[in-house]
Structures are given as structure tokens and as C-alpha cells.
Design a protein around this ligand. Structure first.
Ligand code: CIR
Length: 254
């Protein structure tokens, strides 16, 4: 299925003070602005219309718009982000989605859920239990999705930060997997593109219409994805990686 729209949000200067578990150092603000611009240009070159939200200094991590919502072609689910400093990001995202959707659902406390823990593969959804997504949040989302005719499976994460840190669906039954998802029984029906531990960061890639966007610096991943029949676009993600973010985190695609 083709994406027509994306929502992105400019990085705030406070970005450099955002949440992270990585030891890659403090991001450079000017550089993340450049990398974000290149990201938005790449999305546009894949044929989508971009809604570009202004930076919000109050929320250092708000550039990661994937976490406050889960979208399907038919409806939007406003998530309930599990990090306290990020929870309020959902207000601006719901507002930005209003023109595009009639039907909204909401994940409600004590349920917490980050969109980064949700993977869609055609009519199936996978929901990861993480530091950000609890059982109640996952259960609420599963109920919504099943009510709408999708299937949903809940999987506890062992090491990954978010579910999509280590997995991506490219369409045509093809799945990119790394780390704990290699050989995982939930995914045995897919054709798998297996990413080695050294290249783990590149498992977070995104199919956008005729292209797969991947992080720059992973020639093995590029080769594997091209061999699977896709054209790739590479983007420098260094300043995003420093704050635990990846390609999927920076946009909502629908
Ligand atoms: C956070 O800790 O919430 C941000 N620094 C990174 C969020 C990355 N989002 C994602 O994987 N979906």
C-alpha cells in the first residue's frame, strides 16, 4: 500500500537534552537540523506530502513523532507515551492528525504505549512490551485493532529499547530482523533479511512507496535489501542515533 502523507516535526534546540541510553555523546544541534532536513527531503522524493510541525522546546524528544500515535489507513490511535517527559507530546500530534482522520481511539492510563513498539505487517500487528509500553497499554491497542479487523500479537522484549529498534516490515512478506528477533517464533512465516549484530542499528529502516530508506554506513544491509528487490536511499543518522532514535521514529506515515 502506498503512503500519501507523512507528519514530521522539526528538532527543538532542547533536543540535545532529551532522553537517551546511548553512550555516543551529546548530539550537535546544527547537525541534527541538517540530518532532519535531509530526512524530510528523502520522504518527499518517495512521493509523499509532508506536514511539517514546528519545533516545540518544551518537549526535547518531540522530533520522534512516531511514538505518540499508531496509524492505519482507516483510523488513528493516539498513544499514551510511557516516558513522563514525553507524554504531553500526544496533544500536538492529535491536533495535526485531525484534518486527516475522522476516527480516533485513545490509549488511556494506566495503559502506556509508544508507537515505536508497534509494527504493522499488512493485516497483522505486533506490539512489544518495553520500558515504555505496559501490558495494559498493549491490551488496549490489541482490542482496538481486533475490533477493526486486524490481528495483534503482544511480545515481551528482552533487550531492545522499542520493538521497531530491531525489526522492519518491507511489504511483500519481507521482514528485516536483528538481535532477539532472529529465529523468533512469531516471525517464522516471513521471508527474513537477517541483520548481523554489528549492523543492528540498520534494522530500523522504512519502506516508503518505491524505496527503502536505510541509515548510511551499513553496506551489508544495503546489499541485502537491494538483493531482496528494493531500491535504497541512505541517510546519515548519527545525531539521531545519539538520542536512541532511528528512521522510523522521525515520521508518521499514512
Ligand atoms: C526517547 O527516549 O523516547 C527518545 N530519545 C528516542 C525515541 C525513539 N523512538 C522510537 O524508537 N520510536
Amino acid at each position: 500500500s502506498q503512503f500519501k502523507n507523512v507528519i514530521v516535526k522539526a528538532p527543538a534546540e532542547s533536543y540535545v537534552t532529551g532522553l537517551t541510553t546511548s553512550d555516543l555523546g551529546k548530539p550537535d544541534f546544527e547537525k541534527v537540523v541538517e540530518q532532519h532536513k535531509a530526512y524530510v527531503e528523502a520522504l518527499k522524493s518517495c512521493g509523499v506530502q509532508a506536514t511539517e510541525l514546528p519545533a516545540d522546546e518544551q518537549y526535547p524528544d518531540s522530533v520522534f513523532v512516531e511514538d505518540p500515535a499508531v496509524l492505519t489507513p482507516e483510523f488513528a490511535v493516539i498513544a499514551n507515551p510511557g516516558a513522563e517527559s514525553r507524554n504531553g507530546e500526544k496533544e500536538a500530534i492529535e491536533q495535526a492528525l485531525r484534518p486527516f482522520y475522522e476516527k480516533f481511539y485513545h490509549i488511556e492510563s494506566p495503559g502506556y504505549l509508544d508507537g515505536g513498539d508497534v509494527l504493522q505487517a499488512d493485516n497483522r500487528f505486533y506490539i512489544g512490551l518495553s520500558e515504555r509500553t505496559n501490558e495494559e497499554g498493549a491490551r488496549q491497542l490489541k482490542e482496538i485493532l481486533e475490533h477493526e479487523g486486524y490481528t495483534a500479537e503482544i511480545l515481551p522484549l528482552e533487550k531492545f529499547f522499542h520493538l521497531k529498534t530491531g525489526i522492519a516490515y518491507l511489504g511483500d512478506n519481507k521482514l528485516v530482523v536483528a538481535g532477539e528477533f532472529i529465529g523468533h517464533p512469531a516471525f517464522e512465516d516471513y521471508e527474513q533479511i537477517v541483520i548481523s549484530d554489528e549492523d543492528e542499528y540498520s534494522a530500523n529502516c522504512i519502506r516508503v512507496n518505491d524505496f527503502v530508506i536505510i541509515p548510511a554506513g551499513y553496506p551489508e544491509t544495503k546489499r541485502k535489501i537491494e538483493e531482496a528487490g528494493f531500491r535504497t536511499i541512505e541517510l546519515d543518522m548519527s545525531e539521531v542515533q545519539k538520542q536512541d532514535g532511528g528512521l522510523s521514529c522521525l515520521s508518521l506515515r499514512f
